[in-house]
Design a protein around this ligand. Structure first.
Ligand SMILES: [Zn+2]
Length: 452
């Protein structure tokens, strides 16, 4: 893989311009780029529709208005050779990768910041153009040290910075000790005082927007049956922070009460919650509510380890518009097999894509990429490519309330794209592969051996 993918990408764009702007237009360049010869995927819809964007703003524009309204033409027309173009992927449950853990500030602020920048330029090559850096259950000092680095970062609109944080996801520590998974029991909190406990834990400034910007924390995963968390949900939601039910022993009624209070999401459905029982359906029962009742979005780890394929399909069939694929990936993504130190003095064994907490049989997260999860879901569920892509684009954007700027190919949205090749493998399975990644209207990655 080239070490200078950005330079390579620029060269490629120039080479692929099939409609030269000519001398006249060079003096009055529009900055408009047209992606053509592509199947564009927007929501669950796919069609042979060009995508236009403005390099100067890094935003998608309305092509009809452009050409028929004021006669401006595109500077560059890029033929994608029949490939798929879709919005950049969004991962809302992502603990770290490339030997960097968002929950570990132990190497100091400078190293933390440098590793975060490194991760952003690497993870974007997997198609993830924005994400929620996820911090697991920790002592409050850890939140106070890490969250200042993890707030929304896209306001600077620098494509060369790589993937963008949409705000942090605090997963715990207000969770059930009976459903802690690999979260350290010693750091869990009961939240008896409700919202003030959250302020104490995460830091009040991290839960508050400033200078017209949203709070650093975008999502909190908590168990509504713990302490006074149920009472705190409206106060969290009022700040534009998504409240997800997770790591929870909530009954169906307790989970339904959380939705009434303002919760809109379920964190990694099925994992770390009571299994479905036909008379006591628990959290999963929320997907079976009537059309008159609110049904939440839900995260699904389709890595082939956390869930059986049939269970993933069952959840999707129950509530297709709610399913959001997440990786739950952690710092060992991209590293060799072996035993590694983790937070709180624990160690994790990596064997292939399986991660186990040392001394237990507990799954400790995954190392699958979001595209791996999309490909698994595509093959397990039999849905269309557009429907599979929607689970990592439009659906998470809607869950976050960001569907005007992220996860769609609509005018006004950020020009974050993934261009995909589409193959059928020898075993008959379908496989999407990353061909290009664009961020804010700039090509930031291209597959090395891509044919032109
Ligand atoms: Zn978890």
């Amino acid at each position: 893989m080239s070490t200078n993918v950005f330079a390579q990408a620029d060269t490629y764009v120039a080479a692929r311009c099939i409609m030269s702007p000519g001398k006249l237009l060079e003096t009055a360049r529009s900055g408009i780029v047209r992606l053509t010869g592509c199947v564009s995927v927007n929501g669950a819809e796919a069609g042979s529709k060009d995508v236009l964007f403005d390099r100067s703003t890094g935003k998608i524009i309305n092509g009809q208005h452009l050409f028929y309204g004021n006669g401006v033409t595109a500077d560059e027309v890029i033929d994608l050779g029949g490939r798929i173009v879709c919005p950049g992927f969004i991962d809302v449950q992502f603990n770290g990768a490339f030997n960097f853990d968002f929950s570990d500030p132990s190497r100091g602020p400078d190293a933390y910041s440098a590793q975060l920048r490194d991760l952003n330029t690497k993870i974007i090559k997997t198609g993830v153009t924005s994400y929620l850096p996820t911090v697991t259950s920790q002592k409050k000092e850890v939140y106070h040290k890490t969250l200042p680095f993890l707030g929304p970062s896209g306001w600077q609109r620098h494509p060369s910075e790589g993937a963008e944080s949409l705000g942090a996801h605090c997963e715990g520590p207000f969770i059930s000790p009976g459903k802690n998974g690999i979260h350290n029991l010693d750091v869990l909190r009961t939240g008896l005082d409700g919202y003030p406990d959250l302020e104490d834990c995460y830091g009040s400034s991290n839960l508050r927007g400033a200078k017209g910007r949203p709070p650093r924390v975008k999502m909190v995963t908590a168990a509504p049956e713990v302490g006074s968390i149920l009472k705190a949900i409206p106060e969290i939601a009022d700040r534009g922070i998504v409240v997800a039910v997770g790591h929870s022993e909530a009954t169906y009624d307790e989970a339904a009460a959380a939705l009434e209070a303002g919760s809109t999401m379920v964190t990694h459905l099925f994992n770390q919650m009571a299994p479905l029982h036909h008379r006591t359906p628990g959290i999963f029962g929320l997907l079976g509510r009537t059309n008159r009742e609110y049904r939440p979005y839900f995260g699904i780890i389709a890595d082939g380890i956390h869930l059986h394929p049939s269970v993933v399909k069952l959840a999707y069939t129950s509530h297709p518009d709610g399913l959001i694929l997440v990786t739950d990936a952690m710092s060992l993504l991209g590293l060799e097999d072996g035993t590694y130190d983790w937070t709180n003095g624990d160690r994790i064994i990596k064997r292939g894509s399986k991660l186990i907490l040392e001394g237990t049989d507990r799954i400790a997260g995954g190392t699958a990429t979001l595209l791996d999860c999309v490909n698994n879901f595509l093959n397990w569920s039999g849905v269309s490519i557009a429907e599979a892509v929607k689970t990592v684009t439009e659906t998470p954007a809607k869950m976050l309330g960001l569907e005007k700027t992220k996860g769609v190919l609509s005018p006004g949205a950020d020009a974050d794209f993934v261009v995909l090749d589409y193959k059928r493998k020898a075993d008959g399975e379908l496989a999407l592969e990353i061909y290009q990644v664009w961020k804010f209207g700039e090509l930031v990655y291209q597959q090395d051996n891509a044919a032109s």
